[in-house]
Design a protein around this ligand. Structure first.
Ligand code: MN
Length: 247
């Protein structure tokens, strides 16, 4: 098996190293990841400047672009063959509810899905420096094995969130739906040393609705959460409503 690993925390992040090491059990792993942290890069592609690639050691490519750039570069240029699986992570912090739209981790899996390759995004629910990345890598390996054995349903990639605890304290894996964030956005405005104003987005801990059946609800109770995602964002019910308008 040929597996490509990427992330949005950068190629030196502990999560990607733990993930690449664990997935080595399944086949040849190639890492193609941003050269620095690109969290919240979303599904962005670099089109207005060239990209540089540095092979840090065999099979470890750092790209000065976004996670989506990395998946593109990996599949179309750096890997000798199309990978059988793309795994993105292990992100430092959860990717839950509406936040999946900001996530570079999830977007990398999305990009692989667009290219017809089975893809998994994996996140560890902690912002602590020393999270249980090895335990999370074990979970990622188990899920990757299932994806390779069974394939994924058409038009599907999966978003995995893992509680930050030793493997034996995790509760069974639940298949969940994407939850809702309750937005309490904050903008910090301050003045720089030269007397000019600057602004910084978001400082509060994200607040999520603890609705049953969601990724958030599962993770709050130390379950591993797997949410199948797809790219069709059409709101089918609203199509009927808009069809009534005088357009
Ligand atoms: Mn990140």
């Amino acid at each position: 098996m040929r597996i490509m690993v990427t992330n949005d925390d950068g190629i030196h992040a502990p999560g990607i190293l733990a993930l690449a090491a664990a997935l080595g059990e399944l086949g040849t792993v190639t890492v193609v990841a941003p050269d620095r942290e690109r969290s919240a890069a979303g599904h962005s592609l670099t089109l207005h400047s060239p990209l540089r690639v540095f092979e840090l050691r065999k099979g470890f490519f750092a790209v000065d672009g976004t996670p989506t750039d990395c998946v593109n570069m990996g599949i179309h240029s750096l890997l000798p063959e199309r990978p059988d699986l793309v795994v993105s992570g292990i992100n430092h912090g959860p990717n839950l509810g509406d936040d999946v739209t900001y996530s570079g981790t999830v977007a990398a899996a999305m990009e692989a899905n667009l290219m017809g390759i089975p893809a998994i995004a994996v996140s560890l629910a902690t912002y602590e420096r020393h999270g249980h990345f090895d335990a999370a890598a074990g979970v990622a390996l188990r899920i990757a094995r299932q994806v390779l054995a069974n394939g994924l349903p058409a038009d599907t990639f999966i978003n995995v969130n893992i509680p930050d605890c030793p493997a034996e304290e995790m509760r069974p894996t639940l298949v969940t739906r994407q939850g809702k964030r309750s937005f309490a956005g904050t903008i910090i405005d301050k003045t720089d040393p030269r007397g000019r104003k600057y602004y910084w987005i978001g400082s509060e801990e994200p607040a999520f609705n603890d609705d049953e059946g969601t990724d958030i609800h599962a993770l709050n109770r130390r379950h591993v959460s797997i949410t199948p995602l797809h790219l069709d964002m059409t709101n089918y019910d609203s199509m009927k409503v808009l069809s009534q308008w005088s357009l």
